[in-house]
Ligand binder design. Sequence first.
Ligand SMILES: Nc1nc2c(ncn2[C@@H]2O[C@H](COP(=O)(O)OP(=O)(O)OP(=O)(O)O)[C@@H](O)[C@H]2O)c(=O)[nH]1
Ligand SMILES: [Mg+2]
Length: 607
Amino acid sequence: MDNPGTRNLVRQLAEDFGWLEEHCRRRADQGAQAGQLRLAAALVRNCVGPFLDHQPATPVHVAVVGGAGAGKSTVVNLLTGAGAAEANPLAGFTRHPVAYVNANGPLTWPAHFGFLGPLQRLTEPEPANLDKDVYQVRRVEEEPTSATLLKDFVIWDCPDMTTWAASAYVSRLLEIAGLADVVVYVASDERYNDEVPTQFLHQLLKTNKPVVVCLMKMKEGDAPELVAHFQREVLSRFTHEAIACLTIPYLTAAELADPVRLAGRYRIPLLNQVAVLGNPPTAARQRVVRGACHYLVADNEQLLATARQDVAALEEWRSFVYTGQREFDERYRREYLASEKFRSFDEALVRLLDLLELPGVGKFVSGTLWVVRTPYRLFKGWLGKTFSRPDAPALPEQAVLDEAWAGWLDLLRREAASRGDAHPLWQHVEKGFSTGLAQMAQERFQEGFRNFQLHLADEVNRTARAIYEELEKNPVVLNTLRSGNFALDIAAIAGAFTIGHIGLHDFILVPLLASIKQQVVELLGKQYVDSQREQIRTRQQLLVTQHLSGPLAEWLAQWPATGGSTFERLQVALRRVPLAVKQLDAAVGQAVSLGAGSRQAEPVLQP
Ligand SMILES: Nc1nc2c(ncn2[C@@H]2O[C@H](COP(=O)(O)OP(=O)(O)OP(=O)(O)O)[C@@H](O)[C@H]2O)c(=O)[nH]1
Ligand SMILES: [Mg+2]
């Protein structure tokens, strides 16, 4: 590909569809949706990608598809004129795609990068019932006289699609369906309206592939009636039309053995129909590539529907998990932190006030002032004893956390039980609760609690100590504060003398003013220490969130999306796919208008 941006776009889109398909396959009820996603990936990888990569329009790929035992291999033999495809009475015999090509033609097309996704090409011939993710190419000799298709066409004999759930087996068919330029849909008279093949036919028609229906094994006289039936019962249910509806009545063993000579009247119309749809090959290829892009654009939302529902359910679950976390944090704050006193901060306040007193000679002055303030101290002590109420006993931290945690889990358990019908995710969670989820969560809680304690250890005491230690380490500030404190004391005394001059009343005025000053200093100190106390509360709350409730919430939020990052990956796919599909459509439009061989503008790949 001469445009690496386009190649990356193709690869990324096919990968995203592939990932979404795997995601759907994990859910029992999403087989059909998984099949659609596989077909979308196959269209991108095998049809649109090679076109943008300037692969030649020949050979034209013809896929013969249908229910088990419908007669697909028989039709392949009619198309090739050779008896190389194993028609077998055992329904579901063909298990991997087999391509029939001209004996002498070049065989470069399977070499294209990413061709047929995970299917490996067999290097040795194997019977068609080999049940592996492989495909093989068989060269067949064409009779020179016969009407021939194989010069420019490859005919693919495919496995059936009796059930969407048989993932590996159906996905092989879907790879070829994505590749096909022309589809021949085979249905036999007795099972022409089976549900899964009909759904599959509908799916193919929606991708805008030209489909020729081939009804098999009826009595010749019943053919018109069966066609009318098929039109009425099956085709009329779809908005997209099949190109034609041919019939091949029940052939004799001899006709089956030599279709070129003996079954020409059924074979030639089929050959003609296919040849018309594949010619000219360039136009045929452009038609299916454009059709594939239109389908991807039009059905985008439908393709992403399961993923969107899953994201919505996961988001709802997550929101409950985080509501639980908020309640947990709030309860811890309300029931423990709010009433926790942090006694070490009271001691820190005493130490802080002590520090403000003068050392050395100053000690004498401080001592004197201390004596001067004796009445104040005594009065304050009495006030404290008389009016303070005993502290309400705080609940132990572990008990509060345990109860808040139980409340959190209860909330989730209740939601899961009441929402079981809304989305399988809730059933999954409910089942989880009865099979060990709570136990696992409890272990994580214990681990988180240990972690929290480890980080908390000393933090409170360290913060309390820092209140006076910081000051001790900073002599300039300390001395300034001490001088300030001392100056205030002196000012109080001097103030007393100034107000009342020297006299007996100074024995009252001096202690009173010194006490007022002391009260102011103590209040300021207390305010500072209380602000530190509040900070440690906030810090401790943060530690609980960081080491306990946060990791628990993350783990719980991820839990239903088994595989860890499923949620994120879903969101990436949901964001990228619609844009990538639009870019792919634009690149194809541009390539078609410029002629398939021209360069296209570089698409911008999304992260
Ligand atoms: N006699 C007769 N047998 C037929 C006719 N069409 C199909 N059969 C037989 O029906 C059986 C199934 O046909 P196949 O062509 O193998 O069908 P298929 O769709 O490839 O089946 P699977 O690969 O098993 O899904 C084989 O034994 C065929 O020989 C017919 O027109 N006449
Ligand atoms: Mg077969």
